[in-house]
Design a binder for this molecule. Structure first.
Ligand SMILES: Cc1cc2nc3c(=O)[nH]c(=O)nc-3n(C[C@H](O)[C@H](O)[C@H](O)COP(=O)(O)OP(=O)(O)OC[C@H]3O[C@@H](n4cnc5c(N)ncnc54)[C@H](O)[C@@H]3O)c2cc1C
Length: 407
């Protein structure tokens, strides 16, 4: 269990000057480059009935807008800002990247979430690419010219992913990959997918060993049905691999070690979602304050009712505490310390806080909180999703309990 006094002194809650400059230019970038794209799309972006094809896929118009934002962001140096310079990124510190994620999520803009690479973009796992993999996969992903996906979840395993059924076996110089994945974000639109497959049985390699990550191109797999979640329609899908033959050059990292590699980056992914939850919570709290100060009932502003003001104040206290946990986690990660517990605390607490704040934001806004044209129910759905992906609430709590020695 991490204690308060194991880290060297020096964690600062103030934004340093370099980070301030990055955050200011990020805000300017969104205003100058992203908001006009959103304005052109108008209602198409906010009304799901207009932004989707009859089969649920995003329309080409929406996809083009998303791709344009990512490309512009890559050109401006934001998209892959946290990847090391050697991998084509900007090498910003984890604390700066944390603050950038939080800032982007706090913005009013609908497309700002595309500015920093998500599951479709270059992540530290892909930064392991070597030789021709760099040219074919990593570099175009960093430039946002190609998009990818991270495929671990299967119909029969989610949280228990080492028990995956997808397998790859060697045949001469090649690998033969077979299996099925589901709920894979960006799978319908990706140029290539990072697919996790068992290559050595658990009995031989242990629970976490014997899993390899393969780079599989879009013409080599079949996209099945969309896995639509309330709050995330047209973005996830099933993908199938039937005896797909892959050369050795498609192995990302070392064979049999992909699960360990992914675990090395797990904390970063959890911190990222925590930062997004904290930023979105900040945005919702601002909306609640604004509304509580202007909306009247019984001859008073609703903010004068203690039921409303306490709801908002409680949310702020939790969002403040979640942010402190996130900053501390980011800073300890930057020092190279073990942040397994920190990242689970941050992810669980931040997403649970976001969920409560989103629910309260609906309450504060009354019927208009439920109105389709307002974003509050969308935030509630997003918060619900964040409590499932990258390790459910229960998995985070198991991790914390494990780090404390309870389990
Ligand atoms: C919008 C969205 C996007 C996604 N994107 C991706 C993606 O890009 N790539 C990818 O690979 N996957 C993706 N997923 C899948 C996601 O990661 C899994 O859904 C998640 O890991 C949970 O797995 P599951 O749904 O199979 O639930 P299960 O693992 O079956 O869990 C069901 C319930 O049992 C609980 N549970 C399970 N094990 C334990 C335990 N040991 N202790 C206590 N409780 C437990 C869980 O917490 C949950 O409440 C996405 C999912 C969604 C909704």
């Amino acid at each position: 269990m991490a204690t308060q006094d194991t880290s060297p002194a020096g964690v600062s809650f103030d934004t340093d000057q370099e980070t301030r400059l990055i955050l200011d230019s990020l805000a300017e970038f969104v205003e100058r480059e992203v908001e006009p794209i959103e304005a052109d799309l108008g209602e198409i972006l906010t009304n799901p009935r207009l932004g989707h094809e009859p089969d649920g896929r995003l329309t080409e118009e929406v996809l083009d807008a998303i791709r344009e934002v990512r490309k512009k962001s890559a050109e401006a140096g934001f998209y892959a800002m946290n990847l090391p310079e050697a991998a084509g990124g900007e090498g910003v510190s984890t604390v700066t990247w944390y603050r950038a994620n939080r800032a982007v999520a706090a913005m009013e803009s609908d497309l700002s979430s595309e500015v920093l690479a998500g599951p479709e973009g270059p992540k530290p796992l892909l930064a392991q690419a070597e030789g021709e993999q760099r040219e074919r996969y990593l570099e175009p992903a960093v430039r946002a010219e190609k998009s990818t996906a991270f495929a671990q979840t299967e119909p029969s395993v989610g949280s228990d992913s080492p028990n995956m059924r997808t397998i790859a076996t060697r045949d001469g110089d090649e690998w033969v990959l077979s299996g099925e994945k589901q709920w894979i974000t960006n799978a319908p639109y990706a140029d290539f997918v990072q697919v996790f497959a068992r290559t050595t049985p658990q009995a031989e390699a242990g629970r976490y060993g014997g899993i390899t990550c393969f780079l599989v191109e879009s013409n080599e797999y079949e996209v099945g049905a969309l896995n639509n979640a309330v709050g995330s329609v047209g973005r996830q899908a099933e993908i199938r691999f039937e005896d797909v033959r892959l050369p050795e050059s498609r192995v990302l990292g070392e064979p049999d070690s992909a699960f360990y590699d992914a675990m090395g980056f797990l904390s970063l992914g959890r911190l990222e979602l925590g930062a997004q939850a904290i930023g979105a919570s900040e945005h919702l709290l601002e909306k609640c304050v604004e509304y509580a100060r202007e909306r009247e009932a019984f001859g008073r502003k609703i903010g004068q009712f203690q039921g409303i003001s306490s709801m908002i104040a409680r949310g702020r206290a939790k969002q403040y505490a979640a942010d402190a946990a996130g900053l501390r986690c980011a800073w300890r990660m930057e020092q190279g310390e073990d942040t397994i517990e920190d990242a689970s605390i941050c992810k669980w607490f931040a997403t649970d806080t976001f969920w409560q704040i989103a629910d309260n934001a609906v309450q504060v806004h009354g019927s208009s909180g439920l109105a389709e044209e307002n974003p509050f129910m969308d935030f509630l759905h997003t918060a619900r999703i964040l409590r499932i992906v990258e390790g459910t609430d229960e998995i985070q709590l198991n991790t914390i309990a494990g780090q404390m020695g309870v389990r």
